[in-house]
Design a protein around this ligand. Structure first.
Ligand SMILES: C[S@@+](CC[C@H](N)C(=O)[O-])C[C@H]1O[C@@H](n2cnc3c(N)ncnc32)[C@H](O)[C@@H]1O
Length: 243
């Protein structure tokens, strides 16, 4: 995986394969199917804070359940380290068959027999029992009705369960107390740049999450974007508890 695979990913990004398809799942598949092999290598340098969010996520020592919504290739589960063995079940849920195939291969290769793959919609999937943790790693910005996905996560969590989110966002011009302010450039450039590929950055994720859940940890950072010559895109980590 090197320059050639990066170029394949960039080709998919600039030709906006995300535009083809008559529904959300078809658009995701059109966007990701040609880059699934190169996905993990490229996104490691673009999607910052994923390991940190997973490492900091509070989970029961044994017997917990977790759903990674829009979990894609399942790579984030690796950041749980040994804690994954203590879980009763972890589920990687996604709408995109190509990325889920990579997740299946990873699960088999790791020998994780408590991890399952679910082809489903993050706004609708009902687990058999309420769960201990729900995570969204760079998936809320790709879910058109992201507010439904957050409300749905609240519904399927046990009381005291946790939500962990990491994603790009737009820092508000007039943010809540304690939150960072975004410049005019940041607030206009990054949403247009990512919107081209159906990644919709929002100023409302953090305020909405903070009102639905009791915040346990909120971090607002900036991360490098490959081939963007030192430019850094804003992202946040939110961990909250259902009360
Ligand atoms: C940028 S990728 C992130 C994948 C993975 N979480 C990661 O951190 O590498 C966004 C993911 O959200 C998935 N997705 C978008 N809308 C979805 C929906 N409504 N339900 C389930 N997954 C969805 C996409 O298929 C894709 O795998």
């Amino acid at each position: 995986m090197g320059f050639r695979s990066d170029m394949r990913v960039l080709w998919h990004l600039v030709t906006s394969k995300a535009a083809s398809g008559t529904n959300h799942q078809e658009r995701l598949e059109a966007f990701y199917s040609g880059q699934r092999e190169a996905y993990d290598s490229f996104r490691r340098r673009l999607l910052h804070g994923r390991e940190r969010m997973m490492e900091l996520l509070p989970l029961p020592r044994t017997g917990g359940t977790l759903i990674d919504m829009g979990g894609g290739t399942g790579s984030n589960l690796e950041a749980l380290g040994d804690r994954i063995q203590g879980l009763e079940k972890a589920s990687v849920l996604d709408l995109c068959p190509s990325l889920l195939q990579v997740a299946r291969e990873r699960i088999a290769q790791k020998g994780w027999n408590n991890v399952e793959v679910i082809h489903g919609d993050a706004t609708r999937h009902l687990p058999p029992q309420p769960v201990d943790a729900v995570t969204f790693s760079y998936s809320l910005t790709m879910i058109p009705d992201w507010f439904d996905a957050v409300a749905h996560a609240w519904n399927i969590l046990k009381p005291g369960g946790v939500i962990g989110v990491v994603d790009f966002y737009v820092p508000r011009k007039w943010p809540d107390a304690g939150r960072k302010r975004g410049s005019g450039f940041t607030r206009s450039f990054w949403p247009s740049w990512f919107g081209y590929d159906n990644v919709f950055l929002s100023p409302d994720h953090l305020p909405f999450l903070s009102r639905r859940f009791e915040p346990v940890l909120v971090e607002e950072e900036r991360g490098k974007v490959p081939y963007m010559f030192g430019m850094k895109a804003p992202y946040y980590i939110f961990i909250g508890k259902k009360i």
